[in-house]
Design a protein around this ligand. Structure first.
Ligand SMILES: Nc1ncnc2c1ncn2[C@@H]1O[C@H](COP(=O)(O)OP(=O)(O)O)[C@@H](O)[C@H]1O
Ligand SMILES: [Mg+2]
Length: 254
């Protein structure tokens, strides 16, 4: 019943999180945000606003960069994960696509995808089923599966990076600026696929973007970060109607 659905805790809840790098650089100053089950949520903000740090705090990758969550907590499926190790989070269904579409350039497209599937040591049969599913969503990758990832285009590498994260069968996918450096048409193609995964499989998404227009076109809800703080939040339609949004994008709002 819808009543019990509303009583469910959000899939992800970031509560008043503060992050320091190297014990001296304050990158997040009490960030709170939520992602509901089956939601596609955008995290908007200019360069340096704290988008990547927020995603890395969630997946607990800030430590690898000498960062630390010094205040607040992060809940996933109602459980605190603030100090959980990144591999256990992947096993629990929380995967991240890092900024800059990291691929193993000397491996084939298919080998890149397989790397993402090994968590939990599934059988070869299960891996093949997962590959098929990825190729269903990204038909281009099927055509390119034998090609070295280093010889594919930027858009194709972004698809490989997303496909690799999907190979762990996440429930919540964090994406860090998937549109960065890509032509508008390719960006649209990628967001169409993300939206399909959201719609057809109920995959929940938290997408960090500087490209406000594309993010608000596809997400249902958005949070706006500035200087490590959430300065605005609302439905995508609501935020798209605000004149200030372009100023956030340019980093012009002081
Ligand atoms: N590894 C790091 N070491 C020190 N400071 C960092 C590091 N990564 C990010 N920062 C700082 O934290 C702030 C937020 O950065 P970031 O999360 O990368 O923002 P965004 O992804 O929105 O561009 C910036 O001031 C940035 O300089
Ligand atoms: Mg970033």
């Amino acid at each position: 019943m819808s009543q019990s659905l509303q009583a469910d805790p959000p899939l992800l809840s970031v509560e008043q999180v503060e992050v320091f790098y190297e014990q001296s650089i304050l990158a997040l100053r009490g960030v709170s945000l939520q992602v509901g089950k089956g939601q596609m949520v955008a995290l908007l903000g200019a360069n340096g606003a704290g988008k990547s740090t927020t995603l890395k705090a969630i997946s607990n990758l800030v430590r690898a960069e000498r960062g630390e969550v010094t205040k607040g907590r992060i809940l996933y499926q109602g459980q605190e994960i603030t100090d959980a190790d990144p591999a256990s989070l992947v096993l629990a269904g929380l995967a991240q696509v890092l900024e800059g579409r990291h691929c193993f350039t000397h491996l084939s497209v298919e080998q890149n995808l397989l790397v993402g599937g090994f968590v939990g040591r599934p059988s070869r049969k299960v891996l093949n089923q997962r590959l098929e599913r990825i190729y269903g969503y990204f038909p281009r990758l099927r055509l390119l599966r034998k090609r070295l990832a280093g010889y594919t285009s930027g858009g194709e590498q972004q698809m490989v990076a997303i496909g690799r994260a999907l190979m762990s069968e996440p429930r919540l996918l964090l994406l860090d600026e998937p549109s960065m450096g890509l032509a508008p048409q390719v960006v649209e193609e990628i967001f169409e696929i993300l939206a399909r995964l959201n719609r057809e499989e109920g995959l929940s998404l938290l997408v960090a973007e500087q490209n406000i227009n594309i993010a608000l076109d596809y997400a249902q809800y958005a949070f706006v970060l500035e200087n490590g703080r959430v300065v605005d939040a609302g439905s995508a339609a609501e935020l798209a109607g605000r004149e200030q949004m372009q100023n956030y994008y340019l980093g012009a709002v002081g």
